[in-house]
Design a protein around this ligand. Structure first.
Ligand code: CTP
Length: 409
């Protein structure tokens, strides 16, 4: 279940052309399971109609007419009491100024005063208005009071000019909303390092040896760790995926790069979801290998064994001087096997000195590399075993993170 599922989100929409993107934002939030109540200002209503929002959220969208309607005396108080988060996107310079000064002259600003939930603001305006000292002072004041300001970003503006003032994109706004909703989660205050993707070992400047890993399971783990409030570092080999908002992202290519990136971290948890190369070309050709020179004889050598290094060095810090600071308290590995799944996984659990290994059978069509689903068995260092049914990689990540938080206790 996504962190957005069942959350009551108030979406304030003010007078900016970026309001058309707010419809997509409302739709995405609703599709993720959130109850989205939209409040439009008079100017917001001029750009997008309440009907648009009602159609995508399945709930009534409110306007200033509701401020003077039958429920006038309770509507804003009710919203303020039940909301998990107030998101204003797009937020104009005018609404920012009103919020900073505590003005309450429309349904949105009166609700903002009544609300005790976190406030997230995505400003949208022309570059000059954003740069104006009044706007900057107002934003600083709101930040000081705990509001989360996301964006604006640089790009083409409605005025035809280019500059900082564009609202950040809905998908990214949702990433920030997730971080705010998750900040008191079960991994709050914990640091989690996740590796993902298939490493690439260069043969020459053009060709690589790699594998079919898509990175999906690792990225899902990073997202769920963020949703649980963790400080997340995602170390990723090349993938087609967008890193989750809020994660510190470290881009790597080869097994050796990944080893160096992992060993530069210290954390409560290390999750090695990456498919790391076991073999690497002994010699990497400096120039492109040419066909005219004949079929190359490539000699392979062992690639860096990351878990082997982590397990062999940091788990016994008293015996290895200087490595105490690089300790990982809980180490989780993955075993992608095409035969003898549990025997091989349990052997890796012991030899790599893991707390937990996630075993998946890559010979199944609906599990493992590249697909959206996984069917995994969790093997624990204490001998416990849990077989999970076929589920989405996000659901599998939620189960794994749940167990990791128990291991940390
Ligand atoms: N792993 C690693 N360094 C490597 C290879 C793998 O740290 N060079 C990690 C993976 O990220 C995974 C676990 O070790 O968490 C098991 O990886 P897997 O490829 O299944 O096992 P190997 O130890 O490489 O053994 P084999 O390929 O022979 O099955």
């Amino acid at each position: 279940m996504s962190i957005l599922s069942g959350k009551h989100i108030l979406l304030g929409v003010t007078g900016s052309i970026a309001g058309y993107k707010a419809a997509d934002l409302a739709s995405k939030l609703a599709q993720a399971g959130a109850q989205v109540d939209v409040i439009l200002t008079n100017a917001g209503e001029k750009f997008v109609t309440p009907l648009t929002f009602q159609s995508v959220t399945g709930r009534r969208a409110c306007t200033d007419a509701d401020l003077w309607g039958n429920e006038a005396h309770v509507l804003h108080v009710g919203f303020g009491k039940t909301a998990d988060l107030l998101l204003i996107a797009p937020c104009t310079a005018d609404t920012i100024a009103k919020l900073a000064h505590g003005l309450a002259d429309n349904l949105l600003t009166v609700t903002a005063l009544a609300a005790t939930c976190p406030l997230v603001i995505a400003p949208a305006m022309d570059g000059g208005m954003f740069d104006h000292p009044a706007t900057q002072e107002n934003l600083a004041k709101l930040k000081e009071r705990g509001a989360v300001i996301i964006g604006p970003v640089s790009g083409h503006l409605a005025s035809g000019l280019s500059g900082v003032g564009r609202m950040i994109e809905p998908a990214e706004i949702i990433g920030h909303v997730r971080v705010v909703l998750g900040r008191n989660g079960k991994l709050a205050g914990k640091k989690v390092v996740v590796t993902a993707g298939g490493t690439q070992e260069a043969l020459d400047p053009v060709r690589v040896i790699t594998n079919h890993s898509s990175g999906k399971q690792g990225y899902a783990l990073a997202q769920v760790a963020l949703d649980s409030g963790a400080d997340v570092c995602l170390i990723s080999a090349p993938t087609a995926l967008t890193p989750p908002v809020g994660a510190r992202f470290v881009n790597v290519v080869s097994a050796e790069d990944m080893l160096n990136a992992v060993m530069a971290e210290s954390a409560d948890v290390l999750i090695m979801a990456a498919a790391v190369a076991d073999f690497t070309p002994k010699v990497k050709a400096k120039d492109k290998m040419k066909k005219r020179d004949g079929i190359p004889q490539v000699e392979l050598t062992a690639a860096a064994d990351i878990l082997g290094t982590v397990g062999g060095q940091t788990r016994r810090p008293e015996r290895v001087e200087g490595l105490c600071a690089k300790r990982f308290h809980v180490v989780v590995g993955f075993a992608a096997e095409s035969q003898h799944l549990l025997e091989n996984a349990s052997e890796k659990l012991k030899s790599k000195k893991l707390d937990l290994i996630v075993a998946n059978d890559i010979s199944a069509k609906d599990a493992g590399f590249a697909v959206e689903t996984n069917r995994v068995t969790l093997l624990f260092a204490n001998g416990k075993k849990e077989s999970l049914p076929l589920m989405s990689k996000t659901d599998a990540a939620e189960k794994i993170i749940e167990h990791i938080s128990t291991l940390l206790e």
